[in-house]
Design a protein around this ligand. Structure first.
Ligand SMILES: [Zn+2]
Length: 87
């Protein structure tokens, strides 16, 4: 986001003397890029958080981290459902 702000500042300084409509359109494009970047970053963080929550839930409930199969009482060290290692 900081890069977008710096990019906007530089572009607006570079275009000093250009028609106002051009500068306004440029500012609108820069704002749109900033908003799109913010939405993308937020979605990526949400995805990461969901993955961490799922892993924590599976660890707390003795479920396979890979497939979610219930591993209560498993002594083989291998998930019978997916073959993933237990622990
Ligand atoms: Zn599994």
């Amino acid at each position: 986001m900081l890069a977008v702000v710096w990019g906007a500042a530089i572009l607006l300084v570079v275009t000093i003397g250009k028609p106002e409509l051009f500068r306004l359109k440029l500012a609108a494009v820069i704002v749109a890029i900033g908003v799109a970047h913010g939405l993308w970053k937020s979605a990526a963080q949400d995805k990461q958080e969901r993955a961490e929550n799922l892993a924590a839930h599976r660890r707390a409930n003795s479920l396979c981290l890979k497939c979610g199969y219930d591993l209560t009482g498993n002594v083989s060290g291998t998930c019978p459902e997916c073959g993933g290692k237990v622990g």
